[in-house]
Design a protein around this ligand. Structure first.
Ligand code: NDP
Ligand code: 13P
Length: 326
């Protein structure tokens, strides 16, 4: 569900792993492109020809009929509304997988909570996939790895084996909360690193933001019930490194544009796809308040996004004036 850049790329991974893949998208142009020409000119133009065992439909019932695994890759803030239309169509035995990395702004809910609520899905049939997975590189079939999280490890294994190829390796975990928190919160860090880079700062500044960001997302994740080990793995440090270090990341690029002096509106206009960190930032601040965990980085980025403070002000907000233990 959702033939965006990552949705389509992950569809290709699953097709390469030997599955018959049906993409669902709203726009007839995207559906026809994938179904008739094996090409997604709108969201993944870099892939000249998608696999033959990959097709598309705009019909929701047809898309999920008889599916063993249903993968959701919709912009996080629209997931609840989009999924409501699928509620009564999902086969009873299907595992539903989220690729989304965001927190719902109004409710502060993670995507595991949103998907399960929207589809009335038991925990053992929900899985999240998250890791250092910049879609363009994986679409080029460059070697990469990810993590599949499900409370039921047999279902995590089922999803992992359905997306394992010669170039893509999936590890498993039962720490759904940890995986969700890593994927969502690193986007906020990537905005800040991108902003610092865009403003012309170098490696020290980037490393400082990434490391303090990792400490912040680990503390918040732990308070939300995550296993701290997850933050040291592919979905944590791994994804933070990839996202904060690449102009292929929409979040990094959005931040870089802010650092170069573009307004939020201007950066949104030139963004090539969803920058999930933007709506997620305020949700992270609110979640920190609720769980009594300081979130200086998210707070500073929230002031950038809502009040337009400069990169230098954002960095002094992040560092504070008090002497504290690291
Ligand atoms: N790109 C990447 O490298 C990675 C992305 N992710 C995550 O995967 C998720 C999807 O990302 P990606 O595919 O790259 O994003 P894109 O911006 O390329 O696509 C967003 C998708 O969401 C769909 N969408 C938006 N609004 C609605 C709506 N109201 N109803 C139905 N569908 C809607 C879009 O449909 P439409 O085309 O019709 O607008 C599109 O399919 C995000 O949460 C992202 O953080 C995770 C790992 C890697
Ligand atoms: O999550 C990603 C890489 O793992 C992709 O990051 P962006 O959403 O910032 O492009």
């Amino acid at each position: 569900m959702g033939a965006g850049a990552w949705g389509t790329t992950f569809g290709q991974v699953m097709a390469d792993a030997g599955n018959d893949v049906t993409m669902w998208a709203i726009e007839p142009e995207i559906v026809e492109g994938i179904r008739d020409r094996h090409h997604n000119a709108v969201r993944l133009p870099s892939v000249a020809k998608l696999p033959d065992n990959m097709t598309a439909t705009g019909d929701r019932a047809q898309a999920v009929k008889d599916a063993d695994i249903i993968v959701v890759a919709i912009a996080a803030q629209f997931a609840r509304v989009a999924l409501a239309e699928f509620k009564d169509l999902i086969p009873d035995t299907a595992v539903v997988v989220s690729l989304m990395k965001g927190i719902e702004r109004n409710t502060k809910k993670r995507m595991d909570e949103v998907v399960r609520e929207a589809l009335d899905l038991p925990a053992e049939r929900f899985a999240a996939v998250s890791g250092p997975n910049l879609s363009k590189e994986i679409a080029d079939r460059q070697p990469a790895a990810t993590v599949v999280a499900c409370e039921n490890l047999d279902n995590a294994r089922k999803v992992a084996s359905a997306c394992t190829t010669s170039y893509f390796k999936a590890f498993i975990t039962s720490d759904v909360i940890g995986l969700e928190m890593c994927g969502s919160l690193k986007n906020v860090v990537a905005l800040a690193v991108g902003m610092a880079r865009g403003a012309g700062y170098g490696e020290n500044t980037a490393a400082m933001i990434e490391t303090r960001g990792l400490a912040e997302l680990t503390a918040l994740g732990k308070a939300a019930g995550a296993d701290p080990k997850t933050f040291a793995g592919l979905a944590g440090v791994g994804d933070l490194t990839a996202t904060c270090g690449s102009p292929l990341s929409r979040n990094y690029t959005f931040g870089a544009n802010l650092g170069k002096g573009l307004s939020v509106e201007e950066a949104t206009k030139v963004s090539n796809g969803v920058a999930e960190g933007v709506p997620t930032t305020d949700a992270v601040v609110a979640l920190g308040d609720e769980l009594d965990v300081p979130t200086p980085l998210a707070y500073a980025m929230s002031r950038v996004l809502n009040e337009g403070i400069s990169c230098q002000q954002m960095l002094s907000e992040l560092l504070g004036t008090e002497i504290t233990e690291e």
